[in-house]
Every structure is written in C-alpha cells, then in structure tokens.
Design a binder for this molecule. Structure first.
Ligand SMILES: NS(=O)(=O)c1ccc(C(=O)NCC(F)(F)F)cc1
Ligand SMILES: [Zn+2]
Length: 260
C-alpha cells in the first residue's frame, strides 16, 4: 500500500511509484560541495521573529518527532535571505541515523552529520499550506545540522524531555511556550538552493536555507532521539532511526552561499 517509509520495501527507492516527482530535477536533499558553491554577496541576512506562544504540540507521526505551531496568522515568521516576503513557521522536525556517524539528509563536503533539524515555513500569499506546497515559492525550510560532541545542547532539553510521552506512533503531547530560534547556532551563514520535500509527496516547493554552523548535542541527547519508535503502542517495537533520504541528483541547480 502507499505507506511510505525508510525500509527496504517502502523506502526512498520505492517512493517514485506513488510520487513520480521523486524522480524530478529539483529533488532534496543534495550534496553540498564547497568548490561548486557560488558566493553571492547580494544575498541578504535572514531573520526570524518567533512567538513562543505559537508552539502547540509535539508528536510522533511514525516517521519523525515533530513540533507543531499555530500558523493561522503571521505569528512566527521567517524573512530575508533569498526569500520574497515573510513565511509562517508551521512545524519543525528531525532526521537522524542509527549511529553518530550518519543521519543528516544534506551532506557537506562529504560530511554526514548525526542529525538534521528542519524548520518548515510557508508563504502566506497562498491561502493555506496545502496550496503553498504546490508552488515553487510556497515553502521555506531552515536546515540545521546536529553534530555529536561532549557538550549537550541545553536548548534541546525540553524537546527531549517530551520524548518519553510520545514513544510510539500517533502519540502527541502539549508543547507550549517554546521559541525554536534558541536552537540556532551562533552564525547566520547559510547555503541556499531550490529543492523539494525530502519525504513524500516530494513536491518541489522548497527554498532551502541550510546553516553552515552545526549545533552540538551530546551522545545521550542523540540516544534519546533514537529511543523513539515507529510502531504504534500495540505493535512490536521498531526503533525510529535512519529516517533520512539519501542525496538526490543536483542536475543544473546552483547552490549559493551567503559567505565567502
Ligand atoms: N523533510 S522536509 O523536506 O523538511 C518536509 C517538510 C514538510 C513536509 C510535510 O509537511 N509533509 C506533509 C504534506 F505536506 F502534507 F505532504 C514533508 C517534508
Ligand atoms: Zn525534514
């Protein structure tokens, strides 16, 4: 059936059968090779104005851990950088590996990070997210790499504390008063290119803003993320790990850097 996933029988190599765009020319993720990146001095800085009160719930949807925000008005927004106008924060989620040496979706000069955080925003010039994802300029995702080091990221604590309440598919818990910009690294340097959802329906609607500087988390924090399960409560335990899509062909796309 159409239940896509990351296993050998429903994973990225199968997605095109139900979502033909998965074989498109603007798919994500991609490999970023610094040598082929074009520094664009005209790229402005990006800004966020997030209202902590917009945070609503944290859920396990059987494929990732997602935090959802109220996006019924311009309450938490992203603007600047390569974007035309302001984009509304809708949710953020993660992709990670079964061990610290892989797990990110984008790969930078051959480096695979342990995980990748995606902050998903949509263009309110379209009436809703479902409409926006059909447009080339409909969605903007800020990607942040997670690397494993000795120092835990204190700002990840609240998210990881909720993991025990959303262990299995379909579990949801209230998640309020959270400004996700505390998860950003110090530097605002970024790469940007046009791409797609990295999961079905793989729509080519995303302006990617990938931050160059990773955030550092501890081994225990990564282990906490890996303690999530993809199964429902009543089903056999199946760890939620390796929920990443491998890099897709870049084709004729330019990757621009905001930095030299
Ligand atoms: N991994 S990613 O590219 O940031 C990414 C971001 C958002 C969605 C999403 O909203 N899927 C649900 C929808 F839209 F109904 F299909 C999928 C992937
Ligand atoms: Zn994602």
């Amino acid at each position: 059936s159409c239940q896509w996933g990351y296993d050998s029988d429903n994973g990225p190599e199968h997605w095109h059968k139900y979502y033909p765009i998965a074989k498109g020319e603007n798919q994500s993720p991609i490999e970023i090779n610094s040598k082929e990146v074009q520094h664009d001095p005209s790229l402005p800085p990006w800004f966020v104005g997030y209202d902590p009160g917009a945070a609503k719930t944290i859920l396990n949807n059987g494929r990732t851990c997602r935090v959802v925000f109220d996006d019924t008005f311009d309450r938490s927004v992203l603007r600047g950088g390569p974007l035309p106008g302001t984009f509304r924060l809708r949710q953020f989620h993660f992709h990670w590996g079964s061990s610290d040496d892989h797990g990110s979706e984008h790969i930078v000069d051959g480096v695979k990070y342990a995980a990748e955080l995606h902050m998903v925003h949509w263009n309110p010039k379209y009436s809703n997210f479902a409409e926006a994802l059909k447009q080339a300029d409909g969605v903007a995702v800020v990607g942040v790499f997670l690397k494993v080091g000795k120092t835990p990221k204190p700002e990840m604590k609240r998210i990881l504390e909720e993991i025990d309440n959303i262990k299995t598919k379909g579990k949801e818990a209230p998640f309020s008063n959270f400004d996700p910009s505390i998860l950003f690294p110090k530097s605002r340097d970024y790469w940007t290119y046009h791409g797609s959802f990295t999961t079905p329906p793989c729509e080519e609607c995303i302006t990617w803003i990938l931050l160059r500087e990773p955030i550092e988390v501890s081994p225990d924090q990564m282990a906490k993320l890996r303690s999530l399960s993809i199964n429902a409560e009543t089903e056999p335990v199946c760890p939620m790990v390796d929920n990443w899509r491998p890099p897709q062909p870049r084709h004729f796309r330019m990757v621009r850097a905001s930095f030299q």
